[in-house]
Design a protein around this ligand. Structure first.
Ligand code: ADP
Ligand code: MG
Length: 307
């Protein structure tokens, strides 16, 4: 059986810093990771997860611009981004697979995915993750949700609880066994809590790196690759003598995390995800750039977190 590779794509796989984020730009940017994924699919079974920060931000902005239509809760917007980004990834990857004539033919599926969170997660007491547009102070006080002053201005903040379990893990295992390429857990998944036998959506966002690590453990992934817009994890990232670390143990990772080398909301959750995956029994975890996914798979790029 081929090994299972999970590629977690950062928001910049679709929209680069400074870009407006047109559909043409997003589809063009996606070619870089999808070319590599298409080639990797010859040797690995593949799961793709992705972020949704800029996309969900735009939907939130659209809501604020059009007050004739009722505002939709965040969980619905996350579901919308799973649809739109899943479609973009699928169509880009499908055309690359066909151009490369990858055999046997590979089938793709994008899955609307929910992730269970704990309603008593302390994150719900202190919403801290900024989402959506920047508001003026006057506008901010009139909004129907918590708002916080950030370096860019006033923004809505939501809770970012820990992922507990992926609801569709059994379906994903079955699809992987059948050698489907699966796109799932977009934007970290739709956050839900259990209510008896059913689920109830929450106004929150789940970190996509932490959700990817959870998924990786729950479906038995061999290699977790977290692809972003830097070569890997650096020590003293903000200083002129920053150092790229090619390999760190989970112990070193935790110590450097504590010392503040990997900030929350950016490199921090990637390191935490890699540590969680390795300590949970995963074989390999690498943080790398979007253009070096193939090299990272064979241990020639990025930052590997080892036992
Ligand atoms: P993604 O959308 O891929 O999740 P993030 O913006 O959340 O991307 O995280 C990647 C960013 O983390 C990089 O662009 C970089 O600016 C920032 N970063 C912060 N600290 C570090 C560090 N120690 N090493 C590498 N990158 C870091
Ligand atoms: Mg991120």
């Amino acid at each position: 059986m081929k090994k299972i590779l999970l590629v977690a794509l950062g928001g910049n796989a679709l929209i680069r810093k400074g870009q407006a984020g047109t559909i043409e730009e997003q589809l063009e940017n996606l070619k870089i990771p999808m070319d590599q994924v298409a080639r990797l699919s010859r040797d690995y079974r593949i799961i793709i997860t992705h972020g949704n920060g800029p996309q969900v931000g735009n939907l939130l902005l659209q809501q604020e611009c059009c007050r004739d239509i009722p505002r939709l809760p965040l969980e619905i917007l996350v579901a919308q981004t799973q649809g739109q980004i899943g479609y973009m990834i699928e169509s880009t990857l499908d055309s690359r697979l066909m151009e490369m004539n990858v055999r046997p033919p590979r089938y793709l599926v994008s899955l609307i995915s929910y992730v269970v969170v704990d309603e008593h997660d302390p994150a719900f007491l202190n919403p801290s993750k900024p989402v959506g547009p920047v508001f003026s102070r006057e506008k901010a006080v009139s909004l129907p949700y918590p708002v916080r002053k950030t370096s860019r201005g006033y923004r809505r903040v939501v809770a970012s609880p820990r992922p507990v379990t992926i609801v569709e893990k059994r379906e994903i295992r079955r699809l992987i066994q059948a050698d489907f390429i699966i796109i799932c857990c977009g934007g970290g998944g739709i956050p839900v809590v259990r209510e008896g036998r059913s689920f109830h959506g929450m106004d929150a966002v789940i970190d996509k790196d932490l959700a990817s690590a959870r998924l990786a453990l729950e479906v038995g992934v061999d290699i977790l690759i977290i692809a972003t817009d830097v070569e890997g994890a650096f020590l003293d990232y903000e200083k002129s003598d920053r150092k790229l670390v090619s390999s760190m143990t989970t112990g070193e990772a935790c110590r450097w995390l504590e010392q503040g080398h990997f900030p929350p909301g950016s490199m921090g959750p990637k390191i935490e995800a890699a540590v969680e995956f390795i300590r949970g029994g995963g074989a390999r975890a690498v943080i790398t750039s979007l253009s070096a996914i193939e090299s990272a798979a064979v241990g020639r790029a990025g930052t590997e977190v080892t036992r």
